[in-house]
Design a protein around this ligand. Structure first.
Ligand code: GLN
Length: 519
């Protein structure tokens, strides 16, 4: 196989719709091998053999534009041992922060289409937009992404592929550049559920071990073997491998969360959502409306917690010990320093400021400022601590509606009236509903046009946060969720959106099996 690694900047040269940071020649595949694209915030060493030039891991940032990791992420090694051949590193929103893959040092990701014989570019979603496009265009059989608040599910929905976010702590994050540690997960994208399910659950041949069973001692958040066993045995639920025949939906109960039926939901998506529910009913499933009252606060809580963790994570990029060093201080900078005492720190400070000004893009700077503010002593109680409280309520809402108990809890949670945020009234339904899965759209709209996204970002940079409204609740609760393609018809014609299924913690196996039937 050729060792050429083409470095592509701006719009991709070879395939205008497939947008990658680095692209490798397409390999010839042997049996059981598959082509893998890897989001560029996941560390890789050489593409497919040690003689080849090591790949960079840029995180879509100027700061790491030349960074070559000395080690490989565990997930990449695990996939290589299961037959993966690396075909490229994919573009993303810088450090995973964004919903349209436009905040990147390498130029926006786009999916190309046609409307009334005109070429139109649409958003590929973010932040794993490059991975989604690599799969949608068939250049990769499987792609790795990261999902902190929806970054695998949203691009999957916009590009019409499958995107799976596992339970928090299931897949190793060793070698994945952190964005918000308490939320970060590694996710998988493919055209169908089956290849993802086979990797997670293990092949029907029982030769290949499912990734769900693999603890990684190098990742402190990776669930221990003991905890994995306890989680799997606490319920008499199915843990794989993926059955050959469609998983029966008879006797399964799906909840339709009332709070997801928001005014911003596009009518065509609402229509396809109810059509999907009707289809499940025809396959023998039961459908019930459920209430998750804290959902309405989840998005705000997420955009407090994630930037707070990001601001702390990104503090290490100083351009001195970590990240690219940008231009040394000039003489005039030196003149600012206040004499021999402290001069060194002063110069370091200038270097630090220069590096961070040049190294980070605007969205990352915005998150750092937001995070540093909400963690400051003056704002901590009102923002960060309140957001943590909302996060607990979001988790509790999910635990209340699922029939399976959350295996991480020793005893059922108690409902305390005093802990409710003021805006949640008693008119909200609080009875036990006991569903197997939740069924809802992945995003309120189909993929918006890229030109509209870019002009909206200029006017109101936080408007894009709204796209994550249906994906962040499962992230805050650490639950497994999957987006499968859902056809929609609107005035622009037929398009693709995502149908999201959310399961109880560690119910990933059943979620994947059911998603296969639903997709
Ligand atoms: N769009 C969300 C954010 O910008 C989610 C990103 C992600 O999941 N990496 O934080």
């Amino acid at each position: 196989m050729s060792a050429r690694i083409g470095r592509l900047r701006g719009l991709c040269l070879r395939h205008s719709s497939w947008f990658v940071v680095q692209q490798h020649d397409q390999p010839a595949l042997e049996q059981r091998q598959f082509r893998l694209a890897v989001k560029d915030n996941i560390a890789t060493v050489s593409p497919n053999s040690e003689e080849e030039t090591p790949l960079t891991t840029t995180c879509g940032s100027n700061f790491l534009a030349n960074y070559r990791s000395p080690f490989e992420a565990t997930i990449v090694t695990q996939l290589r041992s299961r037959g993966a051949l690396l075909v490229g590193k994919t573009n993303l929103d810088e450090f995973g922060m964004g919903s349209h893959s436009v905040h990147t040092a390498f130029g926006p990701v786009a999916q190309e289409g046609e409307h009334e014989q005109q070429a139109v570019k649409h958003s590929a979603g973010g932040s794993s937009g490059g991975s989604a496009v690599a799969v949608a265009t068939g250049e990769a059989d499987l792609a790795l992404g990261t999902d902190t608040g929806g970054s695998v599910r949203l691009p999957a929905a916009y590009t019409g592929v499958v995107g799976f976010k596992p339970s928090y702590g299931m897949l190793s994050r060793y070698g994945v550049v952190p964005y918000a540690n308490s939320l970060d997960t590694v996710g998988l994208l493919a055209k169908e559920v089956r290849p993802i399910a086979e990797l997670i659950l293990g092949g029907a041949d029982k030769v290949t071990r499912g990734l769900w069973a693999e603890h990684d001692p190098l990742d402190p958040t990776s669930l221990s073997h003991g905890a994995r066993r306890r989680c799997a045995s606490q319920r008499d639920c199915y843990t794989g491998p993926l059955p050959k025949d469609p998983y029966p939906l008879k006797n399964l109960k799906f909840g339709l969360p009332l709070e997801y039926n928001i005014t911003e939901l596009s009518p065509s998506i609402r229509h396809s959502w109810s059509a999907a529910a009707a289809k499940l009913q025809s396959l023998g499933a039961r459908l019930v409306p459920v209430s998750l009252p804290s959902t309405r606060h989840a998005l705000s809580a997420y955009y407090v917690i994630a930037p707070a963790e990001a601001s702390s994570n990104l503090a290490k990029y100083d351009g001195i010990r970590y990240g690219t060093r940008f231009t040394p201080p000039t003489e005039s900078d030196a003149a600012v320093s206040k004499g021999p005492e402290g001069q060194e720190e002063e110069e370091e400070g200038i270097l630090y400021a220069r590096a961070r000004t040049a190294g980070f893009g605007d969205e990352v700077k915005r998150r750092i400022l937001l995070g540093a503010y909400t963690l400051s002593s003056a704002a901590m109680d009102n923002y960060f601590l309140k957001a943590q409280k909302v996060r607990r309520l979001v988790r509790r809402d999910f635990n209340r509606v699922f029939a399976l108990p959350n295996p991480l809890l020793d005893k059922p949670e108690r409902f305390e009236l005093s802990e409710l945020p003021e805006t949640v009234g008693l008119e909200d339904k609080w009875g036990p509903t006991e569903v197997d899965f939740l069924l809802c759209p992945t995003a309120p709209t189909t993929a918006p046009r890229l030109d509209e996204v870019l002009s909206e970002e200029e006017k109101d940079p936080v408007s894009a946060y709204m796209n994550d409204v249906f994906t962040v609740p499962a992230s805050l609760a650490g639950l497994p969720a999957i987006s499968v393609p859902m056809r929609v018809e609107d005035k622009e014609g037929a398009g693709m959106a995502g149908l999201q299924l959310i399961g109880q913690y560690w119910d990933d196996a059943r979620l994947l099996a059911v998603a296969e039937t639903v997709a």
